[in-house]
Design a protein around this ligand. Structure first.
Ligand code: ZN
Length: 200
């Protein structure tokens, strides 16, 4: 397994616009090895997505996988609330997102580059992504719910955006405190626990 270190927030590489990859470059051994490193690093973390800037490489490359084993800690109601279903491993090169509709959904999400802290982030419920696969073949996928969230989170990384830029800042929690105070709560309950921002 080729696991590499995940860059943490504060590193300027997470704030750069990542460069697109040419089809010729994609076929190179260097990029094919990079993809394997990203896959192994994501699985080892474990996480459901990883963008190349998160391992210090400013290229438009993302890996995603949300296997059913990751869903075992959730009740069917929690999975339904997140619209979370298994997603097979796949690679996205130079992905472009299109929002489908205006519907926004709030959920807690975390980031391997933000010390796995959790925070409520509003995201589009439905998106479409156009990208190349690891062999340079174009594909299009429509995504709803959790998979749409993963796509938006990872494509943000390619644009120098980290989830803390979009979060409800009062809900930011360490992994331990997320479990302690927000675990099993609905989004409405979690926001009530976090409370309103005091007036200045
Ligand atoms: Zn992230």
């Amino acid at each position: 397994m080729a696991v590499v270190e995940i860059v943490q927030v504060g590193d300027p590489v997470l704030r750069r616009l990542a460069r697109a990859i040419t089809v010729e470059e994609l076929a190179s051994q260097a990029i094919q090895e990079l993809i394997v490193h990203m896959r192994d690093t994501m699985r080892h973390a474990p996480g459901v997505g990883l963008a190349a800037p998160q391992i210090g490489v400013s290229l438009q490359l993302v890996v995603i996988e949300d296997p059913s084993e990751f869903h075992k800690g959730f009740t069917p109601e929690q999975l339904a609330a997140r619209e979370r279903t298994p997603v097979d491993y796949h690679v996205l090169v130079n992905p472009r997102l299109t929002f489908e509709g205006d519907e926004l959904v709030e959920q807690f999400e975390g980031c391997l580059s933000f010390a796995s802290f959790n925070m409520i982030v509003p995201r589009r419920r439905k998106v479409r992504v156009d990208a190349l696969d690891e062999h340079g073949r174009p594909f299009t996928r429509s995504a709803v719910g959790w998979y749409a969230r993963i796509l938006q989170h990872e494509v943000d990384h390619l644009h120098g955006v980290v989830c803390c830029d979009r979060m409800d800042p009062r809900t930011l929690a360490t992994p331990e405190n997320y479990t302690r105070f927000f675990g099993g709560k609905t989004i409405a309950e979690a926001k009530a626990i976090a409370g309103e921002k005091p007036r200045d």
